[in-house]
Design a binder for this molecule. Sequence first.
Ligand SMILES: Nc1ncnc2c1ncn2[C@@H]1O[C@H](COP(=O)(O)OP(=O)(O)OP(=O)(O)O)[C@@H](O)[C@H]1O
Length: 301
Amino acid sequence: MNLTNEDESTGFESTVATTKLGSAVCKTVLPNVPLQSLDIIERSIQKKYRSELWSPFIRGLKEFELVKDGDKIAVAVSGGKDSLLLSKLFQELKRASKTNFEVVFISMNPGFNEINLQNLKKNLKHLNIPCEIYDDNIFEIAEKIAKDYPCYMCAKMRRGSLYTKATSLGCNKLALGHHFDDVIETTLMSMFYMGKFETMLPKLKSDNFNIELIRPLFYVEEKAIIKWVRNNGILPMNCGCTVAAERTSSKRRETKELIAQLVKNNPDIKKRIIQSTQNVNLEKILGWKDSNGKYSYLDKF
Ligand SMILES: Nc1ncnc2c1ncn2[C@@H]1O[C@H](COP(=O)(O)OP(=O)(O)OP(=O)(O)O)[C@@H](O)[C@H]1O
């Protein structure tokens, strides 16, 4: 592991290391202090990090109506920092909210190495997250059937596996740990590398399962999650992928770095990117599409 200095505005601050894993290099978020007690960790969510974690979480839930009476929600836990926080937020919500909902925690073991698996179990135990870990060997399958580009296949199989598991547990919603920066990066990446304008939605209906996917961390910034994890002494899973890891995420890293540069001169830039997805002027756009087909502004010219 080599310690590297990262830009403050990315939230990685100085204790981010690079870890060599096979042929890949991963950025690793390291704890700042010894592991804190469960009580301190839980309390920090609604006290010390209230404005950075709890409030944007609640804002997203309310604005997009993500949790309703009668819901049974499966929280998908990869063991990374985002889904560990998401699990704790849901436990806090259950305690604080009058909404009558149920929550379960599921983690799919896609072929993690033993060190990662043990660390995941240790974190779940310490954080008191009653999570069911089930095996679904998608790493091996993705690498076999899509040798050159396993990530797309892996992500597709992962989604299917989590939907299947959540459905088998009687859940009507599956919660994923994508956060504010994931949304912004994905929006820009789809413009830069795929030539289309679209964003990551806070909720969507599955095409093949009778289940809704929700993203309750929609308004939670990554730098706040990193602070929460590091200052509570938690070592999240960092390099779970044993197949491709950093090889295929370089475009995301480039986009992340570009945004960090822009934020230096214009701190509101991330907010503006999100706003632009809520404010598309269909009279000043060349073309758009929906499930019925493609349209050009010339159609009605
Ligand atoms: N193996 C898994 N088991 C359960 N849920 C998963 C798994 N892998 C990913 N997820 C879900 O999908 C979300 C997005 O996955 P992604 O790979 O982008 O995140 P990550 O960096 O692995 O971890 P995290 O988002 O928890 O920090 C996760 O936050 C989690 O909710």
